[in-house]
Design a binder for this molecule. Sequence first.
Ligand SMILES: Cc1ncc(COP(=O)(O)O)c(C=O)c1O
Length: 490
Amino acid sequence: MTALNNLVDTQHRWCSPSILHDQHKVVDEYDDVSVSAGALGNLLQHSGYFQDAEEFAAKAYGADHTFLSPHGSTGANAILLRMLGLERRDALVLVSRNVHHSIINALKMFSMDFRFLPNPSYDPQFEAIFPPGLSDIREGLSRYPESLAVIYTSPTYEGITANTESICEFIHDEYPDVIVAVDEAWGGHLPFHPDLPKSAMESGADVAVQSTHKMAGSLQQGALIHWREREHGVDTDTMKEAYREYVTTSPSYHLIGSMDASLRLLKTKGRNYLSTSIERSTAVREGLTTHLPRLQILGVTNQRQYATNKHLDPTKTTLGLSAYDISGFALASELADRNVIVERAGLNSIVLLTTFQLPDSAAAHAVEAISQSLDGMELPKGKRKALPPDPFGACDGPQKMRPYEVVRYAKFMSIEVQMSKAAGRIAAESVELYPPGIPILLEGYTVTPEAVSYLRAALKAGAQLVARDPTLKTLRVLGEPSRNKQNKRE
Ligand SMILES: Cc1ncc(COP(=O)(O)O)c(C=O)c1O
């Protein structure tokens, strides 16, 4: 704890968690009790203080019901997928290409079938995969009308939101049996300020999952599952069952208390807190536009895409570096040396999240730190870096084998090959950059050269990878192991 306290005192954290410090008046630091004590109620039974907190959260977000998840959105997504699996064992789920690995892993864990929605759109300047548009949903459901649910991430890491209102209107009219579930891990703050995009619940989604620590002010690991009841929609008893199966019997009461306290603060003072965050974000974008006119700023330098609608969260600032001879990873490291910590870096981009704990001086300091870090890095006028093509296209092609079956049988049906020989083979394991935690290579899908070269370039530039072999020298692909050397190198 001492190391943590010393660290956070020295840094401007433009990265999660975004913590509302006023809650310290509510949450005491050094005690806890187990559910055996009983006097406070029981999280698994949704009774006592837990019931109060859940009812308060449901009301604040316009849901019929809310459950508190002490396992982050990762656990909340597992509960969501388990609920769908309990609802229909052979369910097919349509997911957008931008979903976090917690959705994909839960699908694999519960042996559920899924397909990606068609036509994912990727912006190489900002390394962002967009949420699905209505036409993608329309096309996906016309191909797979038997789907039990459609799941997508909105807002994305970069704050780009889907038009959930029109998506829900379409699905509820044309496919009333299909559940619309939004991974809104990055959207816990949305209902609390009128200048933010509409939240999933306000837009008519059946279910939404949110991390309270990312944007809603709590300690880390907090999440909410909201849902609305409707005929053919989410069944509350099934959700309760999924929750009972999954949730820890020893939840941290600090965490639960922090979630409840931060939501109550957001409800009463959220508009003020968020006005400050929006002002600071605007100050950063304006300062950067003045000092670094060739810097790309999502929503500013590509204004036509965003200026006229409310689908971009103004508390996120995404910068594209095509006119600078530096990667996002290298810039993030330069910024860390100047005590500015960013949420995500990529080969050509960085994302800054305006958190609640930033001091008043943070915006001016960030502009200065970015300007200093980019000093002397500008490419000659008219020149821009060549950007790597979409690495996520690896999963655009057909699913060659069900991902959960690949996982189940990988020991008997896969071989390890040199990464240089992996393109064109079918992956038997997944590989991703973290953040954002969206699989680039995925079990059951063909490995593309674009994905391999992007991963290699990112690793070389300093990315953190989530992979069995984080050096990227090898990859497991489908293939028959030689009889005596099962699982050995080809
Ligand atoms: C879209 C999305 N969903 C879910 C998660 C998992 O959230 P948590 O860290 O709260 O488990 C993340 C984490 O970054 C995410 O970006």
